[in-house]
Write a protein of this length. Structure first.
Length: 350
């Protein structure tokens, strides 16, 4: 069986779709699974990190639509189309639900018995466009109120006729990071403070206060960034933490700007991650790291850490919601809950 997954972007959405690969392989061990994705997110799907994928077909629709008639765009589109159409698929599963993903599903070649599958309706908090169901040979109705991970897994399972396991397996390989663990302190905590949306951010003084509490417990704070604004925030947090008169004592480190696969490996080396609702925070969930996800909106039910099989939140990963934003005390309490055993000598929160 040859299966093509169409999930182009964004980073969090791609991460939420990862369990579909492992579900299909568990039900159909001999399946060949390919994936169409935006080039920026393709490094997450390399064999070094993501087990089970045969082929990753990258595109740059976001860039191409800015200059659709340029010679460079036309040439890149033709190359992408050739790669997309050099195989025939038994199943094409559009997990994006947008016009652009429907176009790719429509362009894909099928085997004589092949089918295109997609969602028949929009779910709460997600985008959806009508060409999705126009292109699909089989449009599958989804529950309106569903978590992003659950929705994708259910759609693929119903398309291919299997029942997925209760808990998702994201299939991310942490061994490359383990091989280089000596380059990074295992007691590090990553602060994922950046987001493409300003209304998702947590106040910088909260990050500093939280970092001071973690420093007191012996943790080094690691600060990734993906833009100039995020770099400035990382530097501000580091300056707020590296205030010791002992110059040799470093409480926080600003990472260099890393490619997505390298950054994923760096996160895998950490003892845990605390972050806002962003793609990197969802990678922390996929890596099964102790993790607290911070929400200024009550949307964790559709994108945050999933409940465990008993219906309770998994102790290793929690979401925290409050308006206008959670307090340092709330996040600290959630972090302690994520730990395998209570820490000793905790200071008071502010």
């Amino acid at each position: 069986m040859k299966v093509l997954i169409v999930k182009l972007s964004s980073l969090g959405d791609v991460v939420h779709t990862l369990p579909v690969v492992q579900d299909i392989l568990a039900a159909h061990p001999g399946a060949q699974i390919d994936w169409v994705v935006e080039k920026a997110f393709a490094p997450l799907l390399t064999p070094l990190l993501c087990a089970g994928l045969q082929r990753v077909i990258s595109c740059e629709l976001r860039r191409w639509r800015k200059a659709p008639f340029s010679a460079a765009t036309r040439s890149a589109w033709r190359a992408f189309r050739r790669e997309l159409q050099n195989q025939h698929y038994d199943a094409v599963i559009d997990l994006q639900g947008l016009t652009k993903s429907a176009l790719i599903a429509w362009l894909t070649r099928l085997t004589p018995s092949g089918r295109r599958y997609a969602m028949a309706n929009q779910t709460e908090g997600s985008g959806y466009e009508a060409p999705t169901r126009w292109v699909a040979d089989v449009a599958i109705a989804m529950a309106p109120h569903s978590h992003a991970v659950v929705r994708g897994r259910e759609l693929a399972a119903r398309a291919l006729g299997y029942t997925p396991a209760v808990r998702p397996d994201y299939g991310l390989n942490r061994s490359p990071a383990h091989a280089e663990r000596e380059h990074f302190a295992p007691e590090s905590i990553a602060f994922v403070h950046g987001s493409s949306r300003a209304d998702k951010l947590w106040p910088l003084d909260h990050w500093v206060a939280l970092g001071q509490q973690l420093n007191a417990q012996g943790y080094l704070i690691v600060l990734p960034h993906g833009s100039d604004d995020e770099l400035a925030s990382s530097q501000a947090i580091a300056e707020g933490l590296n205030t010791s008169e002992e110059k040799a004592l470093v409480n926080a480190v600003v990472l260099p700007r890393l490619a997505l696969d390298q950054l994923t490996q760096q996160l895998a080396q950490c003892a845990g991650v605390i972050g806002v609702d962003s793609g990197l925070s969802h990678i922390a969930v996929a890596l099964d790291l102790p993790h607290v996800q911070i929400y200024n909106f009550d949307t964790a039910w559709r994108t945050g850490p999933l409940p465990d099989s008993t219906g309770e939140k998994g102790a290793r990963q929690l979401s925290v919601f409050a308006q206008p934003s959670p307090s340092v005390s709330q996040v600290w309490t959630a972090w302690l809950t994520c730990q395998p055993a209570p820490a000793h000598g905790l200071g008071e929160t502010t």
